[in-house]
Design a protein around this ligand. Structure first.
Ligand code: G3H
Ligand code: 13P
Ligand code: ZN
Length: 324
């Protein structure tokens, strides 16, 4: 399904839909099991990098298989959307629409304002013919967005959002309020330290900017990228078993919980899945040096991801029970 109804209900209900990236079968199994057990609507996201890694046709059919699998798990009416994450050209978006994706993102946020509008509008005009919803982005996140890079974060300008949404006709808008991609969202210099634990405490998100945007576009679906919380238990587990992830830090879950109650109705999480999987694999390999059957270490990795996805759905986004 596309995101239209999912988002309308999420905005009205004060919760957010999880948008989880997948690149392989184990991630997809964990996502579908978590969504089916909690009866949560879910967005399966495929990036350009994922298409290059796993093959675009295979991923598309895996998503179709995910719907059948969800039913097999006893979820009678699965609410699953297949979404292109960070599409960077009209051609890529068109390819996904033509393949049967139900939603696409055109990320032209690195382009000048008028060029962002022109490209987004072109994608919207094409996608809407097939009832495919379109996410656009205004404002630039710090760090790397696939091949879109920016040295620093440029918050979305609330004074631009009405003009942008009206002229492009986009269905949802990704905004920049201080989140960023990856496991290193802030430098230690940008953080304070908890005196008791010595852990980094990140600076707060710009909720004032979010609220200004909400006032300008009442009820319009807002998206947060870069919303992994980088659980320190996974960072510690990686580091304990041979990893090296110094000062990895994410967005505190209390802030995401607060955002989910607002017009933010889609929250993107990828890095936390990578951390859960890697932490579990590192632990398993360290404790079982004789194992060489991938199923032996991918099974606990899948279990750890599923646990993490359920936690996000139930305790952070509040989307459980919304797709009974
Ligand atoms: O926002 C980016 C997503 O985490 C996808 O990352 O391009 O490495 O697949 P990727
Ligand atoms: P994280 O790197 O914080 O998981 O963000 C993922 C994302 O925004 C995918 O588009
Ligand atoms: Zn993103």
């Amino acid at each position: 399904m596309n995101t239209r109804e999912m988002f309308a209900k999420a905005v009205a209900g004060g919760y957010a839909i999880p948008a989880f990236n997948f690149n392989n079968m184990e991630q997809l199994q964990a996502i579908v099991q978590a969504a089916a057990e909690t009866k949560s609507p879910v967005i399966l996201q495929v990036s350009k990098g994922a298409r290059n890694y796993a093959n675009s046709t295979l991923l598309r059919y895996m998503a179709e298989g995910a719907v059948a699998y969800a039913k097999e798990l006893g979820w009678e009416h699965p609410q699953i959307c297949l979404h292109l994450d960070h599409g960077d050209s009209f051609e890529l978006c068109k390819d996904c629409v033509d393949m049967g994706f139900s939603s696409v993102m055109i990320d032209a946020s690195s382009l000048p304002y008028e060029e962002n509008i022109a490209l987004t509008k072109k994608v919207v005009e094409y996608a809407h013919q097939f009832d495919v919803t379109v996410e656009a982005e205004l404002g630039v996140l710090a760090g790397v967005e696939d091949e879109v890079s920016a040295a620093e974060s440029h918050y979305t300008k609330p004074e631009e959002v009405i003009d942008f949404a009206t002229r492009t006709g986009c269905d949802s808008l990704a905004i920049s309020i201080g989140t960023s991609h990856g496991a290193y969202k802030f430098t230690p210099e940008q953080c304070t330290r908890d005196p008791k634990t010595g852990r980094l405490i990140p600076p707060p998100l710009a909720f004032d900017v979010l609220h200004e945007i909400e006032k300008k576009l009442p009820g319009f679906p807002i998206v947060l990228h870069g919303s992994s919380s980088v659980p320190q238990e996974y960072v510690d587990m990686c580091n304990k078993y041979g990893g090296n992830l110094p000062n990895a830090v994410g967005i505190p879950e209390e802030q995401l919980r607060e955002a989910a109650k607002s017009a933010v109705c889609k929250i993107n999480i990828d890095s936390d899945s990578r951390l859960a999987m890697t932490a579990a694999i590192r632990k398993h390999m360290a404790e079982n040096p004789s194992h060489f059957d991938p199923r032996q270490y991918l099974k606990p990795a899948r279990e750890e991801m599923k646990k993490m996805y359920i936690h996000k759905i139930v305790n952070v986004l509040g989307s459980d029970g919304k797709a009974e």
